[in-house]
Write a protein of this length. Structure first.
Length: 403
């Protein structure tokens, strides 16, 4: 073999060897990367398990802190896992996860070119199945990085369990702007959208006022399912804080024509009372009497368009007990509560047609501070899980029963 041929043979062998080595590397490198990625996923999963295992009494916090620090050090690639873990995390664990999110995001935003999964953030913010707090976290980042996203997102979320108030607020702002520009048809449509989807009393009241100004009458009380039409009786004598456990005749037998012996031996009867308050607050000091250490009752009959599950939401000063169709469905022996909107909730079942509602409202002794008035009031409604009324109509007779 000539020297030239020998050289060509060596070059050919070298090229074949290089090709083989490259082939082996092409096989080995993905395998190594896959193994490394698998190890990383296993580490992330272990860190998340440690954090989500922390108890609400802070048991496991030492381990959670160590896992938190290691997880935060891994950077933006773990943000998806952190956000998804918040779906099932208890409040304490969720706080730990939030610190991971906040630290990673703050570190990235300090870089000239932040490396954040913004497309995933958009998807997560729009997904009603995800944890509401986590969705707000990513939206706060998008407000900085993609400020136009919120404006595009909110109109789609008027029925969203987390963002409904934000979406309604945006609808109200849009309506205000249309009204300012003199576009009353657009303003009317936007106010209607706000009213239909709002569940917060303040938003509903504002939308209702604007609609009325544009010639459209709506009923806030009906929208919220507030009960405003009652027969009331009292006061029954209940010294001190004895009223909650005491049993008076209306609890044993309902008779709207009955006469009872009330506080101080006075004869008392049922009388019709319709709450004038926009949010259905019944002022028993006006409807019955301005008294202390007493019990009053409110009764109504409601027509339901179908058998349906609903929520009873109520509040009373000082406290209340509720019977639906003769069955006790709520009672709370608490005093000096004040009547706050939706303070208490109970799941109930309404039957198609007539439903009877009896409410016992206690009034305690004078507050130890004489300057504090002894309010006596009731607020009650039936709604669905979102807070919308369930279509009940009063069935109380139109004729007064008082003699």
């Amino acid at each position: 073999m000539t020297p030239l041929a020998s050289m060509r043979s060596l070059i050919s062998c070298a090229m074949r060897l290089a090709s083989m080595l490259l082939g082996l590397a092409a096989i080995a490198l993905p395998r190594a990367c896959a193994a490394e990625d698998e190890d990383r996923r296993a580490d992330v999963a272990a860190f998340l398990r440690t954090i989500t295992a922390v108890k609400v009494d802070a048991e496991g916090s030492t381990e959670a802190r160590a896992a938190r620090d290691k997880l935060a050090a891994l950077g933006p690639k773990v943000l998806r896992d952190v956000l998804l873990a918040m779906d099932q995390a208890n409040p304490v664990a969720a706080n730990w996860l939030r610190t991971v999110f906040d630290e990673i995001v703050a570190r990235e935003l300090a870089q000239p070119k932040p490396n954040l999964p913004l497309d995933f953030f958009e998807t997560h913010a729009a997904d009603a199945r995800r944890n509401g707090r986590a969705r707000r976290l990513v939206l706060s980042v998008l407000d900085k990085e993609r400020p136009e996203f919120r404006q595009a997102l909110l109109p789609r979320l008027v029925d969203d369990p987390e963002f409904r108030p934000d979406a309604v607020d945006q609808a109200l702002k849009n309506a205000d702007e249309s009204k300012r520009q003199g576009d009353n048809p657009a303003a009317l449509a936007a106010y209607k959208t706000a009213f239909q989807h709002a569940r917060e009393p303040a938003q509903l009241s504002r939308a209702a006022r604007e609609l009325k100004a544009l010639g459209e009458n709506v009923d806030v009380r009906e929208q919220l399912g507030l009960v405003v039409d009652w027969q009331v009786v009292g006061p029954f004598d209940a010294p001190g804080y004895s009223g909650f456990k005491a049993v008076f005749p209306p609890e044993s037998k309902m008779d709207l024509a009955a006469e009872y012996t009330g506080q101080g031996g006075a004869a008392i009867r049922w009388k019709r009372h319709t709450a004038a308050d926009e949010l259905g607050l019944v002022n028993l000091a006006q409807a019955i009497a301005q008294v202390k250490e007493a019990v009053g009752y409110a009764y109504t009959e409601l027509d339901s368009p179908r058998d349906q599950e609903a929520e009873l939401r109520c509040g009373a000063d000082d406290n209340c007990t509720v019977w639906l169709n003769g069955q006790r469905v709520f009672g709370r022996d608490q005093w000096l509560n004040g009547t706050r909107f939706d303070r208490f909730r109970a799941a109930v079942k309404l039957q198609k047609g007539k439903n009877t509602v009896l409410v016992k409202v206690c009034q305690g002794p004078q507050h130890k501070d004489p300057a504090v008035p002894n309010n006596w009031s009731l607020q009650l409604r039936f709604c669905d899980a979102t807070g919308a009324g369930v279509g009940l109509k009063t069935m109380l007779p139109a004729v007064e029963t008082e003699k």
